[in-house]
Design a protein around this ligand. Structure first.
Ligand code: ACO
Ligand code: KIV
Length: 508
């Protein structure tokens, strides 16, 4: 592919990304992220805004002095003191870039800068000239470009290029543009500015209307060759265009865009995790590319498709972005194919009949739990498939209990097709239910030991009760499983009674 088709990735996680409300990184954390960005293969790291604070200055300097490979940029307003400070921080870099900016929209000129168009033009040109004395690589940004008068902006762009700007960035600072409009805007500037081929045109889009990535892609399709973005899309207000989404758009739809980057895709997920951890900004589960659900399939029809051929529901492979593999999340929408597959992975080779039995129980539990994990599955199979024949099974349980009433339980048991009911009181709800079971079975057990485990996390966890019951001088271990711990306890008790009964039958 010709170099014209190369898209330069300018990462501003450490500058605009750090402008996310509540985020503040120290210089060691910034260095760690910068090193990871270098591994990711970004072309430019905007390391900070050196005049903003001594901490920001120190971080930019540390990154400039230590991170090799990418260009290291520092942001500064269009004035001498900011540019001096930026150069002071950047001068140790292998490839430094001074990035200077000033707004060009009338709204910013009038209310914020209190300057005329002529004054801003002059200041922009002077800033680029001054920066150029220090550094050959100078980027100029026309802040709020997308809301600027097109003729005036074209003039500013022409003049800053004349003054030596190597990159001209046209930001959608407030995320106001829409893709067709923004594409046309970039195209118009490229057409109007006579010396445009002496600089690289860049876009920098904010996400106020959720269009940052779409606008960046429109910019790329219309002449932009550098795209400014952040990991996980963090940044001022609603954030910036997400780097991972832009580069995976370019990769996955290469036949459409016909552009390429030098990104090392396998580092994407690791970079996302690092940034999320160090900034304390969680990534939403349904976030494209790096969200927890981005490669997870929950519904049976999708899972079946993925098991037969991944491309049915996956447009890119998770391994490519550094995620180990896609996952089939077992939940109430899952089907038998995914259920069987997961059990196979766990080492269970069930017959069709066993599978069906376990699957029915699985759906029952899945209705109560959002997600069924491996512990749940193992417990479920052990209870359903590896169980001894059940003479007694629990049909119904009602408990009345509280701080000022005597615990009472009503229990219905199914005994080989006949349903019998009994009620009893006890020291607590479990004790009351066990007494009711005794009345029905005419088998009298004594609880010797009782253990309750939560075998999966969360409030909706499955509770596992292991109870040791003494019957006729012998101990029987019963196991019960339910999201309701009293029900799990009674099931464990009945399980022990079934074992006693089964053993007795074998003896007779
Ligand atoms: C769209 C963006 O993301 S732009 C980058 C935003 N990032 C930051 O602001 C970084 C953190 N900022 C800071 O630490 C501080 O704002 C500083 C150190 C940069 C400046 O602090 P102060 O000198 O106290 O000024 P303050 O921030 O209150 O006001 C900004 C001043 O810069 C002027 N200014 C704003 N942009 C520019 C510019 N690009 N070039 C020149 N002057 C500018 C404003 O008009 C205002 O000037 P005034 O004091 O004459 O009215
Ligand atoms: C300074 C520029 C690049 C910016 O951050 C913006 O316009 O959003």
């Amino acid at each position: 592919m010709a170099d014209n088709n190369r898209i330069y990735i300018f990462d501003t996680t450490l500058r605009d990304g750090e402008q996310s409300p509540g985020v503040s990184l120290n210089s060691d954390e910034k260095l760690e992220i910068a090193r990871q960005l270098a591994r990711l293969g970004v072309d430019v790291i905007e390391a900070g805004f050196p005049i903003a604070s001594p901490g920001d200055f120190a971080a930019v300097k540390k990154i400039a002095d230590n991170v090799k490979g990418p260009v290291i940029a520092g942001l500064c307003r269009a004035n001498y003191k900011d540019i001096d400070r930026a150069w002071e921080a950047l001068k140790g870099a292998e490839s430094p870039r001074i990035h200077t900016f000033i707004a060009t929209s009338d709204i910013h000129l009038k209310y914020k800068l209190n300057k005329t168009r002529e004054q801003v033009l002059e200041q922009a040109v002077e800033a680029v000239r001054y920066a150029k004395k220090y550094c050959s690589d100078v980027e100029f940004s026309a802040e709020d470009a997308s809301r600027s008068d097109l003729d005036y902006l074209a003039l500013v762009v022409e003049k800053v290029i004349e003054a030596g700007a190597t990159v001209v960035n046209l930001p959608d600072t407030v995320g106001y543009a829409v893709p067709d409009e923004f594409g046309l805007f970039i195209k118009s500037i490229c057409e109007r500015v006579p010396n445009i081929d002496k600089a690289i045109i860049s876009v920098h889009c904010h996400n106020d209307l959720g269009l940052a990535v779409a606008n960046s892609m429109a910019g790329i399709m219309n002449g932009a060759r550098q795209v400014e973005c952040t990991i996980n899309g963090i940044g001022e207000r609603a954030g910036n265009a997400a780097l991972e989404e832009i580069v995976m758009n370019l990769y996955t739809r290469k036949s459409f865009y016909q552009k390429e980057t030098r990104i090392n895709y396998r580092e994407i997920y690791r970079t996302s995790r690092l940034v999320s951890t160090l900034t304390g900004m969680p990534v939403q589960p349904n976030k494209a590319i790096v969200g927890q659900n981005a490669f997870s399939h929950e519904s049976g029809i999708h899972q079946d498709g993925v098991l037969k051929e991944r491309s049915t529901y996956e447009i890119m492979s998770p391994e490519l972005v550094g995620i180990k593999s896609s996952s089939l999340v077992l939940g109430k929408h899952s089907g038998r194919h995914a259920f069987r597959e997961r059990l196979k992975e766990l080492g269970y080779n069930l017959t069709e009949e066993e599978l069906e039995k376990a699957f029915i129980k699985f759906k029952d539990i899945a209705d109560k739990k959002k997600e069924i994990n491996d512990d749940d599955l193992e417990a479920l199979v052990n209870e359903q498939v590896r169980a001894i024949p059940e003479r007694f099974s629990l049909e119904y349980l009602h408990i009345s209990s509280g701080t000022s009433i005597v615990p009472t339980a009503t229990v219905k048991l199914n005994i080989e097709g006949n349903v019998l009911e009994a009620a009893s009181t006890g020291d607590g709800p479990v004790d009351a239910a066990c007494h009711a079971v005794d009345k029905i079975t005419d088998i009298y057990g004594k609880m010797i030991d009782y253990k309750l485990n939560s075998i999966s996390g969360g409030k909706d966890a499955l509770g596992e009760v292991i109870a040791k019951i003494e019957i006729d001088g012998k101990l029987y271990t019963g196991r019960g499983l339910s999201t309701d711990i009293i029900e799990a306890s009674v099931k464990a008790y009945i399980n022990a009674i079934n074992k006693y009964y089964y053993e007795k039958q074998l003896r007779e």
